[in-house]
Write a protein that binds this ligand. Structure first.
Ligand code: OGA
Ligand code: MN
Length: 243
């Protein structure tokens, strides 16, 4: 099981928590046209629960963060890729949590490794991410997930509703990827999002709770009829605390 426990949670008598987050900054029309394929979307797709910001990172920030993330994963998770989560959602991946880049968690780690939190490029990126959302949000430490170039993939799932709150965000690094959102109740309808390296995206509300998301590795890895190249890909995932 991954550190964040991503897949659907085990059945329980308690009602599933559902945390409302105030509306996201709207995705601008040019980004929608460039990165979001709504041609197979359900009629009531909650577009305002999706935020996509292409080129959120400059090319040099993207490569800086990719190298830093790559070194972290290599050091913390080792050389070997995991074949599959116990819950069979993520395949051929490595992952770790970055307390020292965090806000809220891991202050002692920040104190122990001041160099890491003092990387001005990374601090600036983190500040820009947090500035997109209300300051009342309590963030968990960022999570890094690396998918192997040849066969890494994330199958359709809803992030565990008991381990984080109403916001799930990511920055895509290294390789472009396609993310697919499907209504839990009608997986034949879907929305595809093209995630180029340096793209920021966020999901909340109905999109976070009533839609699955996935990063396909096979033939569905295409966008508007064009195949999407694959290489080693790292995502920096940001989630909020379940309060
Ligand atoms: C996850 C996840 C998406 C991504 O880690 O639960 O869905 O963009 N990641 O890597
Ligand atoms: Mn997920």
């Amino acid at each position: 099981m991954g550190a964040m426990g991503m897949a659907a949670s085990a059945p329980s008598d308690r009602p599933e928590p559902r945390v409302a987050v105030s509306p996201l900054v709207a995705t601008i029309d040019s980004a929608l046209a460039e990165c979001v394929d709504l041609s197979r979307a359900p009629a009531d797709f909650p577009l305002s629960d999706l935020l996509v910001i292409p080129r959120f990172l400059s090319a040099s920030e993207q490569s800086h963060l990719f190298s830093a993330a790559s070194a972290k994963i290599r050091r913390i998770a080792g050389r070997k890729y995991e074949e599959g989560h116990l819950d069979k959602v993520i395949f051929n991946y490595r992952e770790c949590t970055i307390s020292s880049w965090g806000m809220g968690l891991g202050r002692d780690l920040v104190a122990k490794h001041p160099m890491e939190s003092e990387d001005p490029v990374i601090s600036d990126i983190l500040k820009r991410v947090y500035a997109l959302f209300p300051s009342s949000i309590k963030w968990l430490a960022p999570h890094l997930l690396e998918l192997r170039e040849s066969d890494g993939e994330i199958r359709a799932h809803v992030d565990n509703v008991r381990t984080s709150g109403g916001l799930v965000c990511g920055i895509c690094l290294g390789s472009p990827a396609v993310s697919i959102f499907r209504p839990v109740n009608n997986p034949k309808e879907f929305v595809k999002v093209l995630l180029e390296p340096g793209t920021f995206y966020a999901q909340t509300g109905r999109l976070r709770y009533d839609y699955t998301h996935e990063i396909p590795g096979g033939t569905e890895r295409e966008f508007k009829g064009q195949p999407v190249a694959r290489d080693r890909r790292i995502s920096v995932m940001f989630r909020d605390e379940l309060v």
